[in-house]
Design a protein around this ligand. Structure first.
Ligand SMILES: [Zn+2]
Length: 119
């Protein structure tokens, strides 16, 4: 799957450019070429829009967790046409428990604006 090197979103095969960052996608993130890291990401949480994803990403990054986002829509999409995106946020397997706890707490605190879905 192609990745945006800038925002770490993963897109469907065939997408060439990140629609947000306008940069060319790469076949893999460098760290994913390392076999010890491959397939160690687990999908944790799903949100419906990119703004909410950014809230979740910055929360996780504050705690030293570097997530990926899988955006498996077809492009181009018109973001404001009522089609709800499904963005899946993935973290390394050994960070899953911590990330789940952080997000649960953030939901309880009202720090997240949307009720995302745990996967
Ligand atoms: Zn991007």
């Amino acid at each position: 799957m192609p990745f945006c090197p800038q925002c770490r979103y993963e897109y469907k095969v065939g997408v060439k450019t990140c629609p947000e960052c306008k940069v060319d996608l790469e076949e893999n993130l460098p760290e994913l070429d390392d076999p010890t890291h491959q397939n160690e990401y687990v999908e944790l949480y799903m949100v419906s829009n990119r703004m909410e994803a950014e809230v979740v990403l910055s929360l996780l990054r504050e705690h030293g967790i570097e997530p990926l986002v899988r955006d498996l829509r077809s492009f181009p999409v018109l973001p404001d046409f009522g089609r709800r995106a499904r963005l899946r946020i993935a973290v390394l397997v050994d960070k899953e428990a911590e990330a789940r706890k952080l997000l649960t707490e953030a939901q309880e605190d009202g720090a997240l604006t949307e009720q995302g879905t745990f996967l």
